[in-house]
Design a protein around this ligand. Structure first.
Ligand code: ZN
Length: 340
């Protein structure tokens, strides 16, 4: 059997991943008038119907698909345990995977006088460029929150804003967290260029990293412009093209990034005026239908399921790309959706 025909018989794993997080809601820039926003920014109710998390869970259930939800834990510093703990339990009860997401900016609220400290100690939301001790303390805080919430110890972490460096992986390894999805080279390229992975699986300090898929959407001579695969950023024709090419090039898994808030339009940072984002909802429904109907090529799985089969790193390093025509059509589609 030739390599190509073997590759054609392999299924491509697809991980639908959602970062579930509360929002600072402008409180750092205008602490006198703005407060962080909790459930409203995750459920995104419009006329009593959840157009955010509820929409995602309903759509996944309709197509019998499971997803990984990276649940942000450090917001307990402001909100206490209950709002996010309840959300994590809702996700688990629906049969999905809950893993750990960390936005260290929430630790700013450890200070009682956090408003007056904003100018002297600006909140730092990055997990990169911190000391080993600092990273250990942050990850342990997240793991302890999961333990208090009665949720299994995470086997995977996604750092906030996909900001990461090598030290994070060393600490993850030390703390017994075997999987990561911390990289999205088009969103936040790591300072260390050795970590510029666009797809596949990569062993970093003993941790297996599955980056959010990044692809080339425009190129000029040697210069390539990259984009990471999200529901809100990429059109359905781009996503379908990338999935089909991942099968052809034996790239696995394809990690797609989304957030509950991508499925609504919000006019203000406090999430008080919401409307369904019909374009993004339609993209996600079409993707789920496609994955359900094409199970001969795609295996949709969670990080927990993947843990048992993703033992080795994948050598394949091909950078996927879309055509310039697709990029231009998507730019127009997104612009039109933002305007109306
Ligand atoms: Zn996040």
């Amino acid at each position: 059997m030739s390599t190509n025909s073997f590759a054609a018989t392999m299924k491509t794993d697809v991980c639908l991943t959602f970062d579930v997080e509360f929002t600072i809601g402008g409180a750092f820039s205008d602490p006198a008038n703005k407060q962080p926003v909790s459930e409203r920014s995750v459920f995104c109710d419009v006329d009593g119907e959840s157009q955010g998390l509820g929409f995602i869970l309903n759509t996944l259930s309709k197509h019998k698909l499971t997803a990984t939800f990276f649940v942000e834990a450090l917001n307990f510093h402001y909100f206490g345990d209950s709002p996010m703990s309840d959300i994590a339990k809702t996700i688990l009860a629906a049969g999905h995977d809950v893993q750990l997401h960390l936005h260290p900016c929430w630790r700013h609220f450890r200070m009682e006088d956090w408003q007056t400290q904003l100018s002297s100690i600006p909140p730092n939301d990055s997990m990169a460029e911190r000391s080993t001790e600092d990273i250990r303390e942050i990850i342990q805080e997240g793991m302890q929150a999961f333990a208090r919430w009665g949720i299994a110890k995470p086997i995977a972490i996604r750092t906030g804003g996909l900001q990461v460096d090598k030290t994070v992986y060393h600490v993850m390894q030390e703390l017994g967290v075997p999987l990561a999805s911390n990289i999205g080279v088009a969103i936040s390229p790591p300072i260390n260029s050795e970590l510029h992975f666009s797809s596949g699986r990569h062993s970093i300090a003993g941790v297996l990293e599955m980056p959010v898929l990044s692809y080339c959407d425009l190129s000029f001579r040697q210069k390539k412009h990259l984009k990471s695969l999200t529901i809100t950023g990429s059109s359905w024709s781009e996503t379908r093209h990338l999935l089909n090419n991942a099968v052809r090039k034996n790239i696995s898994p394809v990690v797609i990034l989304s957030h509950p808030s991508e499925f609504v339009k919000h006019r203000d940072v406090q999430y008080t005026q919401l409307a369904p984002n019909r374009l993004n909802q339609s993209r996600f429904k079409t993707l789920c239908l496609f994955l359900e109907k094409n199970q001969q090529h795609f295996n949709v799985l969670t990080f927990t399921k993947g843990h048992s089969c993703w033992q080795a790193q994948q050598e394949e390093q091909a950078l996927l790309s879309v055509t310039t025509g697709m990029t231009i059509r998507r730019m127009l589609e997104n612009k039109f959706n933002d305007t109306f």
